[in-house]
Design a protein around this ligand. Structure first.
Ligand SMILES: Cc1ncc(COP(=O)(O)O)c(C=O)c1O
Length: 388
């Protein structure tokens, strides 16, 4: 029986967090404090030099793309879609007849962004092994009104971008990668977010590259698209006193950019650590007949924003409660598929049975994946799971 008492207080169950931002902050605080001080003494808070520097470094990291900092990952999706509407249709918004294929098993923002951009999301099913959009399902969902695809690299696991890009090329569709959970991951030789027509990133604090608040970025190789994205984030024009498009106030804060510049230097190391944790779980949780472990897509490098298992036989919520009693934090991403949410009723279409999506919502459980977890904490999680 594993011991779940802490050394200093034997009555207190040990706490293993899903993620521990204060722990990460303690490691980088001197570097980040200095960077923040430079911003406050220069007081260039809006689109200051750190924003440009970050955009250049992100663009280089992603393999030579244009990168534009925006206020959140949600805005990154909305602005990318709006820019695609402007560049590809000549109109400010898509129209409800325009269909965009999106997995139903994702965070709300992916579907919400499609509606903000004026189009109709068509929700499709996932691959039960990778939790990602299945190219065959996307192909089957296509109609003469399909204008684009939004694959989501869920939990940091790359979608099969070769098949998705092939489908898009054959039907002249755009591909907007939702790379909110997959900063640093790759498919083949390419970094995710730089494979499709555009890629959207989130710098929400819990993401692999996370700031001290909301933030995001849009990446694209296409110069004309990048120019429109830049305009949309500052009210829709090169000159904000004489604008061309219906824009937003959606700039990435200089303070966030300063934090992210520091964190970018550490992101590959922390992603390696996430992969090491995943591999530890893979090895030590193998063989439990009530648990299915996640699988990385062939040809891709997973960055484990989440390590998400399936608890079989309808026992997910019980297992979660038992782990909670032992001080182990877990999460359910996501309990409800997008096609079942009230907000999408009458505003979306569905394709196929979405059976795998529904099943995943009932079975998934994300385990602690804090990159700075100790060996002892990891052992404890594994021991508790094996003892259930
Ligand atoms: C898959 C996915 N897309 C989009 C977003 C939206 O990002 P943000 O919270 O920065 O707006 C998130 C954030 O959780 C996400 O996980």
């Amino acid at each position: 029986m594993p011991d779940n008492r802490t050394a200093n207080n034997p009555n207190q169950p040990r706490q293993v967090p899903l993620l521990d931002l204060p722990r990460q902050q303690a490691e980088l605080s001197a570097e980040i404090d200095e960077a923040l001080k430079r911003v406050t003494s220069g007081a260039s808070y809006i689109l200051g030099p750190e924003v440009k520097m970050l955009e250049q470094q992100l663009g280089a990291y992603l393999g030579g793309v244009h990168c534009t900092g925006v206020a959140s990952g949600t805005d990154a999706l909305v602005i990318a879609l709006r820019a695609l509407a402007i560049v590809r249709t000549g109109k400010e918004y898509f129209c409800p007849d325009d269909e965009i294929i999106v997995p139903s098993f994702t965070f709300t923002a992916t579907g919400e962004a499609v509606i903000h951009a004026g189009a109709t999301p068509v929700f499709v099913d996932i691959d039960p092994v990778t939790y990602n959009i299945k190219p065959e399902e996307a192909a089957a969902a296509m109609t003469s009104r399909t204008v684009g695809l939004v694959p989501v690299h869920l939990f940091g696991n790359p979608c099969p971008m070769d098949a998705i890009m092939d489908l898009a090329r054959r039907h002249d569709l755009f591909v907007l990668e939702d790379a909110a959970q997959s900063f640093g991951a790759s498919f083949g030789a390419a970094k995710l977010g730089a494979v499709g027509t555009a890629g959207a990133f989130s710098f929400f604090p819990s993401k692999n590259l996370g700031g001290f608040g909301d933030g995001g970025a849009v990446a694209t190789r296409e110069e004309d698209l990048a120019a429109v994205i830049r305009m949309l984030r500052t009210h829709g024009g090169k000159d904000k006193y004489n604008v061309e498009h219906i824009g937003y106030n959606s700039r990435l804060d200089t303070l966030q950019a300063a934090v992210l510049l520091v964190k970018l230097k550490h992101v590959d190391r922390l992603n390696r650590r996430r992969r090491a944790i995943a591999s530890y779980y893979d090895q030590h949780l193998r063989g439990l007949d009530w648990l299915a472990l996640p699988s990385a897509v062939a040809g891709g490098e997973h960055v484990y924003n989440q390590y998400t298992v399936r608890v079989l036989n309808g026992k997910r919520d019980r297992v979660r409660e038992m782990l909670r009693e032992k001080g182990i934090a877990t999460a359910v991403y996501y309990p409800l598929p997008l096609h079942r949410m009230k907000v999408f009723a009458g505003r979306c279409k569905t394709a196929g049975s979405l059976e795998q999506t529904e099943k995943a919502c009932a079975e998934v459980l994300s385990l602690p994946i804090e990159p700075l977890l100790t060996e002892e904490e990891l052992e404890y999680v594994v021991q508790c799971l094996r003892a259930l």
